[in-house]
Design a binder for this molecule. Sequence first.
Ligand code: DC
Length: 246
Amino acid sequence: MIFQKEPVITIDGASGTGKGTVSQVLASRLGWKFLDSGALYRVLALAAQKHGVVLDNEKALKVLGEHLDVQFIAQESEISKIILEGEDVTDVIRTEKIGNAASIVAALPAVRASLLSRQRAFRDVPGLVADGRDMGTVVFPDAELKIFLIASPEERALRRYNQLKERGISVTLSDLIKELRERDRRDQERAVAPLKPAEDAVRIDTDHLSVEQVVERILFEIKQKKAFPATSFPITIEFVEMGIAE
Ligand code: DC
C-alpha cells in the first residue's frame, strides 16, 4: 500500500465523553502529534472577547480566525501550552464561559472555514491524533481510523465537574448539565459540520470505561484496521507484541 500522507486517527464526540484525555494519552502512547481542535475555537472566542468583537459578527470573527496569533507548544507527556498573542492562555480558555462562547462562534460557517487549513497543518510525521467534533467528517475525511465516543449526559456532566474541580474552578452539577445540554443542542443542530459520527466511524460507549480501557480499545481497532504502515509507530514495542510492527 502507498501512503500519500501522514496517517490520522480522528476522535470525535461531545464534551465530557473523555475524548480530550483519551486523545492525548493515545498520541503519547503512539508517539504521534496531537490536535486539540476545540482549543482553537476556544482561543478564537477568547481573542474575540479581548478585541471587543461580538459573537455574531461573522465577518470580523473570520478575519480574527485567519490572523489568529496562536502557538501550541508541545510538552513531553503534558498538556501543550497555548499562547495567544504572546500570553499563556492554557488555563484561561478552559472555563465554561469560554466553552460556550467557542460553541457559538463555531456555528458560523466562515469561522469554521477560517480555521480549516490551520487544523490540517497539524498533520505531520509520524502521524496525528485529532480531537474534535468534525475531525472525521470534515477536517480529515481521509483519516485511516475514525472513532466516535459516546457517553450518557449524567456521566459526562460528572466527569466535567470533577475535571473543573481539580483545576479549582467552582461550578454546580445542575448548572453543568444545563449548559452541557444547551451546548450539545447547538453543536448538533448547526448547519455546518454538526457533531455527528462519520459513516465509517467506530462508535465506543465510554460509560463505565476508564481512560486506559478506551485507549486499549482504540489500540485494538488500530490492529484490526491494518491500515497503518509500521513506520508510523516510533514506539513499536507494544505493536510488535500486538503483531502490527515487525
Ligand atoms: O472540545 P471543546 O469543549 O474544547 O470545544 C469547545 C467548543 O468548540 C464546542 O462546544 C464546539 C466547538 N468545536 C467545534 O465546533 N468543532 C471542533 N472540531 C471542536 C470544537
